[in-house]
Each structure stands twice: as structure tokens, then as C-alpha cells.
Design a protein around this ligand. Structure first.
Ligand code: PGA
Length: 251
């Protein structure tokens, strides 16, 4: 059975002290509760070890937001998947549209990052999603299919079954414009269909596919009630415990 997941993406927010306080407060808010979904926080690299220490690993998973496309060596400023693993984190968010757009991450680079993430026993949360002009031209399905075919569809079935997919339409990220429930459900159902075509029905059924883009406490219940939406990747609303907890409680 696939898991429901609510994953926060803090992006480049919070000092170490602020991040530690946020992780601690979230952990306290979840203590003693029976969760209906897995909860993950995607934190800046320098927060990883502290965040892992601050939360109950049974309640909150910790993700990096990126990793290097090289194993190790003379790559000044980079952080490897093995380093992320050594902090105790369990996930790496990969292929976020902000990484693709501002840092030139191509499918070739992402293939290496996904491979290194998996080789280190971490779970990639692999992002895909189209820009507004693609949506306006009604070419979003072809676009997203292409993004997946160039990257994670190259994996073996065994490796693919270890990843989480996050569909995040770029026009909905940080804009306050959420995809309608129907738009989100249609795309996630489409993604599940093409996973089934590529890897078979069982793997498709078992793949967690998340929606991201201005997901909040108000729209989460309806989004999460859809048959193919297995949770959310949450940016802005993951920065306050009350908001993030309300999204978690939407399941
Ligand atoms: P948002 O960001 O929830 O602030 O729109 C989502 C994301 O980029 O992961």
C-alpha cells in the first residue's frame, strides 16, 4: 500500500536557531498523536543534523532539498548524498522547479542525483511540473511525461519503487494560486497511468504521488480526498507549525 505523505519544503528560510525551534515545536505538536500520514521536513543542509536530533524519527522524517551530482571530491560548496545520509536524514527533494530554473539542473544532472540518492539508501522526492505557458497551451501531460521519461523512468523497476513523485505546477508555487482539485487529480491520475504503462500496475498503485503548489490548510482536505493524491509538498505553509499541522490533519 502506498503511503500518504505531507512533506514540508522550507526552501532558503530560517536560521539554524529558528529552524531548530520550528522542528522542535512540530515534534511537540505531533507527540502522542496517531498520524494518518508520514510527515517529512525538507530543511537547509546546515539544519539537517540538528533537525534529525530534534525530532522523533518515528514521527518526522528529515529531507535535504538537494544534493551534489558527484560522489565526492573537489567540488567546492557542494554537499553529497553520502553527507546527507550521514546526518540521519532519510530523503532528498530533487528536481524542484526552482533548482531547474535558477541553478540549471537538467535531466542529465538529475539522473546522477537520483542515482546517488538511491545508492545512499535515501528516498528521492522527485519533482516535476509545467510552467504556465505549457498549461495554457494544454501541453502539460506531454511535458510532465517527458520530464519523467528523461529521468526517473530510466530507473529499474526496483529502484523506481523506492521513489516519491511530487507534481508541482510552477504557476501554483508560492503564488497563492492552487491547481484546482480537478487539475491536480487529473495530472496525478495521468502520472499513475504512465507509471503503470512503464513499470506495471502494482508499482503504479504503490507509488506515492504528492501535489505541491500553494497547498494550505483550507484546500488540503479536498485535495487529499482525491483517489490519486497521496499528500502534499508544502512550501510557505510548512514554515508555521499551526499551518503545517492543519495540513497534516487534513488526512
Ligand atoms: P508553496 O511551495 O507551497 O509555497 O507554493 C511549494 C513548493 O515549492 O514545494
Amino acid at each position: 500500500m502506498r503511503k500518504n505523505i505531507v512533506a514540508g519544503n522550507w526552501k532558503m528560510n530560517k536560521t539554524l536557531q529558528e529552524g531548530l525551534a520550528l522542528a522542535t515545536e512540530l515534534n511537540e505538536a505531533l507527540a502522542g498523536e496517531t498520524q494518518k500520514c508520514d510527515v517529512v521536513i525538507g530543511v537547509p543542509f546546515i539544519h539537517l543534523a540538528s533537525a534529525v536530533a530534534a525530532v522523533d524519527a518515528n514521527k518526522v522524517g528529515v529531507a535535504a532539498q538537494n544534493c551534489a551530482n558527484k560522489e565526492s571530491g573537489a567540488y567546492t560548496g557542494e554537499v553529497s548524498a553520502a553527507m546527507v545520509k550521514s546526518t540521519g536524514a532519510g530523503y532528498i527533494i530533487l528536481g524542484h522547479s526552482e533548482r531547474r530554473e535558477y541553478y540549471g539542473e537538467t535531466s542529465a544532472i538529475l539522473n546522477d542525483k537520483v542515482a546517488l540518492t538511491l545508492a545512499n539508501g535515501l528516498t528521492p522526492i522527485y519533482c516535476c511540473g509545467e510552467a504556465l505557458d505549457v498549461r495554457n497551451a494544454n501541453e502539460q501531460n506531454v511535458y510532465v511525461k517527458n520530464q519523467l521519461e528523461e529521468t526517473v523512468f530510466n530507473l529499474s523497476a526496483e529502484d523506481f519503487s523506492k521513489i516519491v513523485i511530487a507534481y508541482e505546477p510552477i504557476w501554483a508555487i508560492g503564488t497563492g494560486v492552487t491547481a484546482s482539485t480537478e487539475q491536480a487529480q487529473d495530472m496525478l491520475a495521468f502520472i499513475r497511468t504512465i507509471i503503470a504503462e512503464k513499470f506495471g500496475a502494482v508499482i503504479a498503485e504503490n507509488t506515492s504521488i504528492l501535489y505541491g503548489g500553494s497547498c494550505n490548510a483550507k484546500n488540503a482536505p479536498e485535495l487529499f480526498a482525491q483517489p490519486d493524491i497521496d499528500g502534499g509538498l508544502i512550501g510557505g505553509a510548512s514554515l508555521k507549525v499551526a499551518d503545517f499541522k492543519a495540513i497534516i490533519d487534513a488526512f
